[in-house]
Ligand binder design. Structure first.
Ligand SMILES: Nc1nc2c(ncn2[C@@H]2O[C@H](COP(=O)(O)OP(=O)(O)OP(=O)(O)O)[C@@H](O)[C@H]2O)c(=O)[nH]1
Ligand SMILES: [Zn+2]
Length: 212
């Protein structure tokens, strides 16, 4: 618990520091104007006049996850589920993120499961946590581990399983230019990590058969 409080305090300090250092809206728009010029276009032509403001607004939306705290979203749990203690799986949670190397989209789906230990989460909160981490600059590996870690910390269930399948536009639109490849990543904790049968049940539920 002390460790949780210390890490929360550290995070708020970090957020405060970042807020103080955060460039203004005008500075962000000027940076977009510079990129437009650098790309070879004319930021003063009619079609681009409002573009720096639009891009700044789009960034605010696409990177809203920096201003959100997964612990807060996952803070409300409940236990009145008639003793249900088996796997809860929310699959096919569509998300858009951006890769931290090239700042271009990662488009995919997250599948998130946990084994309750008395308490359960509101189902929408799982999708909200996926979005909070997706709306930051990411690697797929980090995002997978962060979602599992946040649910583990908040709910302390018997286990968490997260699988993400995604296409990285930095591999499709540029560089190696391979369209349609999918990257799969998984993080397992608790019983999903220790018990291959639980892991197998998660995998078969994902395939849709529902049984191991
Ligand atoms: N492991 C991992 N790699 C990623 C992810 N997103 C992008 N990458 C990779 O990050 C690597 C960055 O490699 P660099 O050689 O530094 O950059 P680059 O010259 O743009 O690489 P290329 O994409 O090969 O042209 C590339 O191989 C990307 O495919 C991710 O979520 N996880
Ligand atoms: Zn990339």
């Amino acid at each position: 618990m002390d460790a949780v409080i210390t890490s929360f305090a550290k995070r708020s300090e970090e957020n405060k520091r970042r807020d103080l250092e955060r460039p203004t809206q005008e500075e962000a728009e000027a940076a977009v104007r510079t990129l437009l010029l650098w790309a070879g276009d004319d930021p003063d032509r009619e079609g681009l006049l409002e573009t720096p403001a639009r891009v700044a607004k789009a960034y605010q939306e696409m990177f809203a996850g920096y201003g959100m705290d997964p612990d807060e979203v996952l803070g409300r749990t409940f236990e009145e589920v008639a003793g249900y203690d088996d796997i809860v799986l929310v699959k096919d949670i569509a998300f858009h993120s951006h890769c931290e190397h090239h700042m271009v989209p990662i488009i995919g789906k997250a599948h998130v499961a946990y084994l309750p230990d008395g308490r359960v989460l509101g189902l929408s909160k799982i999708a909200r946590v996926v979005d909070i981490y997706a709306q930051r600059l990411q690697t797929q590996e980090a995002m997978t581990a962060q979602i599992a870690g946040a649910i583990d910390d908040a709910l302390q269930p018997r286990g968490v399983a997260v699988m993400i399948e995604a296409e990285h536009m930095c591999m499709a639109m540029r560089g190696i230019r391979k369209q349609g490849s999918t990257t799969l990543t998984t993080t397992f904790t608790g019983a999903f990590l220790d018990d291959v049968q639980e892991q197998g049940r998660f995998m078969s539920m994902l395939r849709g058969s529902g049984a191991a």
